[in-house]
Design a protein around this ligand. Structure first.
Ligand SMILES: [Zn+2]
Length: 253
């Protein structure tokens, strides 16, 4: 192996790793899929999914395979479209994430994160966006792991605006907590240029076709943007700047 001398002043480009931790297959595409696609262009994105979505509604007509297996495959295909390197399933039952498995789930997440050593963790905001208890559990448990994980420098909480939360409320089957005001949101990612990628990823979730149509119709009324709260262990400003740079598609410094 030849050791090339480092050029004075040259910066070594470092690929960053992001671990996105979700509760169900489809949380990635229906949620921050545009951001994942943008980030994955020059960095490494991994998905950890706590369940296989076994309890979801089923839009399929023929049902030879279990819904969990089908939905796991849908997530793998969606992740491929978004540019995700690998999907890890944590194999819990949909709807069963709770205090009783808190530290067990935290342990499984921590073991995977130790292997992929992400600088960035992404998950649901603490109210779980839609209020689904599985989402809230994943948010809390991911935050617990993040605080203790050396090398994890920043956590991004995917959230929605107040207006979007209001629009989602109509006819939804559970209580939707309030969204966030613009001045509470730290990072806005414009997803117009990756919108087609996000929609293709969404369409891979064919067993959830009932949701896809509803979400796409609602999305027409809002700007193509995804929103995050950002918390960093050190130097929040630096991370905000770095992530804004990466996700705006500008050259990574
Ligand atoms: Zn979900």
């Amino acid at each position: 192996m030849v050791n090339l001398p480092r050029m004075k002043g040259a910066k070594i480009k470092k690929r960053l790793a992001l671990a996105a931790i979700f509760a169900h297959p489809d949380d990635e595409a229906f949620g921050p899929g545009g951001t994942l696609a943008r980030f994955a262009k020059k960095n490494d994105v991994y998905i950890l999914c706590a369940t296989k979505g076994q309890a979801g509604k089923d839009s399929r007509s023929a049902q030879k395979r279990t819904l969990g297996d089908v939905r796991a495959d849908e997530l793998r295909r969606s992740a491929k479209i978004l540019g995700v390197k690998k999907v890890f399933f944590l194999d819990y039952e949909d709807g069963m994430l709770s205090n009783s498995i808190y530290h067990e789930l935290a342990g499984r997440i921590a073991r995977i994160l130790k292997k992929i050593t992400p600088e960035i963790i992404l998950t649901f905001e603490p109210r779980g966006i839609s209020g689904h208890i599985d989402h809230i559990a994943v948010s809390m448990i991911s935050s617990f792991v993040y605080e203790r994980m050396r090398g994890a420098e920043v956590i991004l909480y995917h959230c929605i605006t107040k207006e979007r939360a209001e629009a989602q409320k109509k006819g939804y089957f559970i209580y939707i907590p309030p969204g966030y005001r613009r001045d509470e949101i730290d990072l806005v990612v414009h997803t117009k240029d990756v919108w087609d990628v996000k929609v293709r990823a969404m369409r891979e979730h064919t067993s959830q076709a009932h949701d896809i149509l509803r979400i796409l119709k609602r999305a027409e009324k809002f700007p193509k943007e995804e929103y995050f709260l950002l918390r960093a262990k050190h130097d929040t400003k630096k991370w905000l700047h770095k992530l804004r740079t990466i996700l705006d598609g500008k050259k990574q410094k």
